[in-house]
Design a protein around this ligand. Structure first.
Ligand code: CAA
Length: 257
């Protein structure tokens, strides 16, 4: 792959979008490579995934404007579908995902961060959906996920005005979970990923799926989603070991699966 690097540290995978000359903008090739990299993650041995951008200036500066500039309506729709399919794969990825937003997260960059479960950002991060200033709408989920994350009023303000917001404002409105000095961001993401990786993998994955699936339905159906997730954990080795350890006043020495 030309624009993606993928490394692992213990149970944690780190996927880096590496196209710094274009501030990690997403063209069709980058989107395809993100999908390929996700498909290649060894889910048996990986318990959390960090997504970040190469360099210290930009996380992802959006979809590639040069590529989009000459698209027809049909091609534009297909490009949007490509991005949406890849981002939905990321959003429903079986293990938790953390976006480590190390700079510009504009348009498709803000959108890919919102397809992750958790967003941590550097003090220099800038978020925004500048698409209407380019004559298009957000196209990789921005109109949908931003409204769900920060509420329709704030999402509409950001999208209609095309104004960018800085890290402190992104934190204030709940778009990011925490802000760190640039130099500490990746370590903070790794620490959080390691904390997740310490817990029972089946239970963590079932929690993620229950939260995601529950958000798509009404509360009567949502609690049934949880009941199924809850029930699915029983009889697992980790459930037995976790509860036995509590009752014996000890700690589990590494969850298994
Ligand atoms: N697409 C293609 N190339 C991009 C890009 C993008 N989204 N963002 C930056 N680049 C390229 C620039 O063209 C430039 O290339 P050259 O050196 O070959 O000229 C290089 O990256 C560096 O960028 P700048 O010189 O512009 O850097 P800067 O520091 O002056 O500005 C910036 C940084 C404010 C992020 C500015 O690059 C910018 O505004 N980028 C576009 C942001 C944007 O509008 N994103 C939304 C795209 S639309 C979208 O994402 C639709 C969707 O929802 C799917």
């Amino acid at each position: 792959m030309e624009f993606i690097t993928y490394e692992t540290e213990g149970f944690v995978g780190i996927l880096t979008i590496n196209r710094p000359k274009a501030l990690n903008a997403l063209n069709s090739q980058v989107l395809g490579e993100i999908e390929e990299a996700l498909d290649a993650v060894d889910l048996e041995n990986t318990r959390a995934l960090i997504l970040t951008g190469a360099g210290d200036k930009s996380f992802v500066a959006g979809a590639d404007i040069a590529e989009m500039s000459t698209l027809t309506k049909a091609e534009g729709e297909a490009f949007g579908k490509k991005g949406n399919d890849v981002f939905r794969k990321l959003e429903t990825f079986p293990i938790p995902t953390i976006a480590a937003v190390n700079g510009f997260a504009l348009g498709g960059g803000c959108e890919i961060s919102m397809s992750c479960d958790i967003r941590l950002c550097a003090e220099n991060a800038v978020f925004g959906q500048p698409e209407v200033g380019l004559g298009i709408t957000p196209g990789f989920g921005g109109t949908q996920r931003l409204a769900r994350l920060v509420g329709a009023g704030k999402a509409k303000e950001m999208i209609y005005t095309a104004f960018n917001i800085k890290a402190d404002e992104a934190y204030r409105i709940g778009l990011v979970n925490a802000v760190y000095p640039q130099a500490d961001l990746l370590d903070a993401a790794k620490k959080m990923a390691a904390k997740i990786a310490k817990n029972a993998p089946i239970a963590v994955r079932a929690s993620k799926k229950a939260i995601n699936d529950g958000l798509d339905v009404d509360m009567d159906q949502a609690i049934v989603v949880e009941e199924k997730a809850f029930g699915s954990c029983f009889e697992s080795e980790d459930q037995r070991a976790g509860m036995e350890a509590f009752l014996n006043k000890t700690k589990v020495d590494g969850f298994k699966n």
